[in-house]
Design a protein around this ligand. Structure first.
Ligand code: DQA
Length: 145
């Protein structure tokens, strides 16, 4: 069974409370439940981790090397700033999918740049929670391991 690490960046723990007109009213706990259900359907073993700290996310990406078969990552605000997360993804070389709940390309200009996205082979942007399902399905369908 493929093992997939799902990483979420800062403020995603506040889903449901945080700018609901952009991110919806469903909570982070609800997202985790959905991810679990999708993982079962797709036959994946999934571990989820959220952090508000850039270095924590880098540590988790590094620790995934040799343990996980792929990564789903929504780096949140660090998407647009973090070369460290980009470098960590490149360093471990695991197949990675980028997810954003909102359509970052239709928002402020500073959200149009994605550093982490440069190390991701698939991108699911502006699909809300379904983006995570699509990203997991992409991993499930991958034939490279
Ligand atoms: C986000 C988009 C980012 O620009 C923002 O900083 C977030 C969430 C999204 O999922 O739409 O925190 O990654």
């Amino acid at each position: 069974m493929k093992k997939i690490l799902v990483l979420n960046g800062p403020n995603l723990n506040l889903l449901g409370v945080r700018e609901p007109e952009i991110y919806g009213r469903q909570t982070y706990a609800a997202l985790l439940e959905q991810i679990d259900a999708w993982a079962k359907e797709l036959g994946l073993a999934v571990e989820c981790y959220q952090s508000n700290h850039e270095g924590d996310l880098v540590d988790r990406i590094q620790a995934a090397y040799g343990v996980f078969d792929g990564i789903v990552i929504n780096p949140a605000a660090y998407t647009h700033t973090s070369v460290a997360i980009l470098d960590a993804l490149k360093a471990v070389g695991l197949p990675a999918a980028e997810v954003h709940l909102s359509d970052v390309n239709a928002r402020e200009k500073f959200r149009h740049i994605s550093y982490a996205g440069r190390a991701c082979a698939a991108h699911f942007i502006g699909l809300g929670f379904d983006g995570y399902r699509e990203a997991l399905a992409w991993h499930a369908a991958r034939s490279d391991g």
